[in-house]
Design a protein around this ligand. Structure first.
Ligand code: NAD
Length: 372
């Protein structure tokens, strides 16, 4: 198989972790005989510095001409005080709009060897397998009008929360399609006791559910969902929700298994290309120190080859290699904990261990048997 991948490292540790994902994809190419062609583009603060915009047109063109996009992270204190339209995060919002990435998928899985890094007790998180599906291009982050305004002679500000029936339908249908390949349960999260947009959301979810009789639909108010994720996360399979609720709940879910640095994500559109990125930010506090955990980016590459390229056994190989390396005790600083039998490694050493597990045929076979 031959595929073109646009790589947008972005700022801070973005470059260090995307280097890891590219190295692992090259190992997969070598091991399974595929050719991945990587082209690099700018996004975020570094693009502001060189091109005067957080998302240059040539980056948009590169992404649209590629089969998939791999992104690192954007932002940093250097750009915190510049005018809003030049902020690195605007590059992220714009690429989502340009590629029409209407849903963000974030898995949260249990890693046996990292159980002690979770803020929750082992018996609460053991075996969790949650897929959070967040609507990404609508809702209050994009609604207009959005402005500073005045009412009754008083200063105020206005944001708009709007969803069309079509926007809700496509993301809820995606959630049901995914649930039908998993544990066949969708939890639709809303605030239907207060918000009109949530009442429409609930109505549409009920309609879509009729297309998937084998999948159970449950509605949950967002405040209760925030509590249930901590209290009993094992009850969830696929969770679907609107943009702002999903932003908050998916970060909450991501810490169940320990570090932010472990979590991948995929953002999908109706026609592709899809965008894959670790969920963490640019981590300016550890930038350039070879300390970043590259696993979130590496698992994002696994999601890419599974979802966009249909390379199931290759994606399984990456995930098994990651599990194996963790089980062998290799840890970057963020997941090292206080254990005595851990082998503390740098970003580049962690990447080398994962690559080695993929390239060593015998080891890979053993690992795959062990984790399949
Ligand atoms: P962050 O995710 O960058 O960092 C939070 C904490 O987690 C830090 O202590 C950091 O060192 C640690 N961390 C994050 N990723 C790690 C990894 N892979 N390995 C080890 N440790 C890791 O969030 P923040 O500090 O709130 O934001 C920093 C910058 O990143 C800001 O400019 C913010 O706007 C931006 N940001 C970007 C994205 C994105 O690009 N998608 C997401 C969130 C934040």
């Amino acid at each position: 198989m031959e595929k073109r991948i646009a790589v947008l490292p972005g700022d801070g540790i973005g470059k260090e972790v995307t280097n890891g994902a590219v190295a692992v994809l090259n190992a997969i190419g070598e091991r399974f005989n595929h050719q991945f062609h990587f082209s690099y583009g700018k996004i975020g603060g570094n693009a502001v510095d060189t091109d005067g915009t957080p998302l240059p047109d040539e980056t948009i063109k590169l992404c649209k001409e590629s089969d998939a996009v791999l992104l690192g992270a954007v932002g940093g204190p250097k750009w915190d005080r510049i005018e809003v339209k030049l902020r690195p995060e605007q590059g992220l919002l714009k690429i989502r709009k340009e590629l029409e990435l209407y849903a963000n998928l974030r898995p949260t899985n249990y890693y046996r060897s990292l159980a002690d890094s979770s803020p929750l007790r082992k018996e609460i998180i053991e075996g969790i397998d949650i897929l959070m599906v967040r609507e990404l291009t609508g809702g209050i982050y994009f609604g207009t009008p959005r402005e500073r305004t005045q009412r009754d002679g008083e200063d105020g500000a206005l944001d708009t929360l709007y969803y069309s029936r079509r926007e809700i339908e496509r993301v809820v249908r995606t959630a049901f399609e995914l649930a039908s390949t998993r544990n066949k349960k969708v939890t639709s999260v809303d605030k239907a006791n207060v918000l009109e947009s949530s009442r429409l959301w609930r109505e549409v979810a009920e309609e879509i559910a009729k297309e998937f009789p084998e999948v159970k639909l449950e509605h949950m108010l967002v405040d209760n969902a925030a509590m249930q994720i901590i209290k009993n996360p094992k009850q969830f399979d696929v969770v679907v929700t609107e943009n702002m609720f999903g932003d908050i709940l998916s970060d909450e879910a991501s810490v169940l298994t320990g570090s932010l640095g472990m979590q991948p994500s995929a953002s999908i559109s109706e026609s592709g290309p899809y965008l894959y990125e670790p969920i963490h930010g640019s981590a300016p506090d550890i930038e350039g120190q070879n300390l970043a955990n590259p696993i979130g980016a590496i698992l994002s590459a696994a999601m890419m080859i599974r979802v966009s390229f249909g390379l199931t056994k290759e994606a399984d190989a990456i995930e098994a290699a990651v599990n194996h390396v963790l089980d062998c005790g290799y840890r970057t600083a963020d997941i090292a904990g206080a254990g005595t039998d851990v082998k503390k490694v740098s970003t580049t050493e962690m990447i080398e261990e994962i690559k080695a597990a993929i390239l060593d045929t015998e080891a890979l076979l053993k690992i795959q048997n062990c984790y399949s």
